[in-house]
Write a protein that binds this ligand. Structure first.
Ligand code: PMP
Length: 355
């Protein structure tokens, strides 16, 4: 019989087993009510608790200051690309985008529908480069500056938080949230889809500084309007109840496993081991991202300069040994190893042994 599956997928990614088991146990009868959480009214006291606990746990874990609101929004990551533009572009009609990979590119392309977008640096000539901050051309009149902290497809992570000289900074942390400490006060808005480190797809989270509320364009749909969502504690219409519930369970899991500090330490340990293995393979395995920009959560790997035959063999044999979802994104090919919080050091050791 097969070994238990290890899920190295980039998203939807691995959810801790304890969380899945706990959800399974109470699925048919949530809190002995005789029906499931996914049949629960979003206007009930029980849901108000799920919503409120998830919010306050996120606030504690990420040390979110009191002048920031936390919102739960439909539409995942890309829904928030549009929401950011429609909620924040209005003051000057223009925004700065740092585009170092696919996800920031998609966000910028979406934002162009609503205003003028300035690219703060030209398209990097080789993959994995984040141009030095000193070379960025920031527009002092921009309504905000946007970047993606961790480019899930290329495996690029910012080793710094950009200094925007007072212009509100917006960051997409979909694939890096809850893997490292962050100073929330550096940001105007933090957005993230939750299906990588924090649960199941469909839910997006927003952490927004209060003074940035109330700037939405008239055309902004109500369900994406950050001020309205704030006023309704994110229960404006029927929220993705099950996704918020599971998100809350993952936050409890993070809390009981040492919190953000432990997640950060594990993330460093896992990624260091994997990159050391790649770099020590005499060129058999390759990761071309410059060391300082390497992602700790998503690690793209090519075998022998992109030998597709060998890469297929690698993926096939990995599956035979119970390791799944290792195929690289179709835009970059090869292999991609995602090391989200639920992937343990021991899980990784099995892959390293195989490599
Ligand atoms: N941003 C990043 C960094 C992502 O990795 C993804 C999804 N892979 C998204 C945004 C888009 O999320 P969604 O599929 O929920 O729209």
């Amino acid at each position: 019989s097969k070994q238990p599956a290890i899920n190295f997928g980039a998203g939807p990614g691995k959810i801790p087993n304890e969380v899945l088991r706990a959800a399974q146990e109470e699925f048919l009868s949530y809190q002995n009510m005789g029906f499931s959480v996914t049949e629960l009214s979003h206007r009930s006291q029980a849901y108000a608790e799920i919503n409120g606990n998830a919010e306050s746990n996120l606030r504690k874990l990420l040390n979110v200051p009191v002048n920031y609101n936390i919102l739960f929004v439909h539409g995942g990551g890309q829904g928030l690309f549009s929401a950011v533009a429609m909620n924040l572009l209005k003051p000057t009609g223009t925004a700065d985008y740092a585009v170092a990979g696919i996800w920031s590119h998609i966000a910028a392309t979406e934002a162009k529908k609503y205003g003028t977008i300035n690219y703060v640096f030209p398209k990097p000539s080789s993959s994995g480069i984040i141009p030095d901050e000193a070379s960025w051309s920031l527009n002092p009149d921009a309504s905000y500056v946007y970047y993606c902290d961790n480019e899930t497809i290329q495996g690029i992570e910012y080793p710094f938080v950009p200094d925007t000289k007072g212009v509100p900074l917006v960051v997409d942390m979909s694939s890096s949230i809850m893997t490292k400490k962050i100073d929330v006060s550096r940001f105007g808005v933090i957005i993230a889809a939750v299906q990588k480190n924090l649960g199941t797809a469909g839910l997006g989270i927003v952490i927004i500084r209060e003074d940035l509320l109330g700037r939405a364009m008239d055309i902004c749909p109500s369900i994406l309007n950050f001020e309205l969502l704030s006023n309704y504690a994110s229960i404006l219409n029927t929220p993705p109840v099950f996704a918020v519930y599971l998100f809350g369970k993952v936050l409890e899991w993070v809390k009981s496993h040492g919190g953000l500090e432990a997640m950060e330490e594990q993330s460093k340990r896992k990624s260091e081991l994997l990159y050391t293995t790649i770099d020590g393979s005499s060129g058999f395995y390759q990761n071309s991202v410059p060391v300082r920009n390497r992602s700790k959560t998503n690690v793209p790997i090519r075998i022998k300069n992109g030998d597709e035959g060998l890469e297929e063999e690698f993926l096939r044999e990995a599956e035979e040994k119970g390791m799944y979802q290792l195929k690289g994104h179709s835009l970059v090919g090869g292999i991609r190893v995602s090391l989200y919080n639920a992937v343990s050091y021991e899980d990784l050791l099995i892959l390293i042994d195989f490599m």
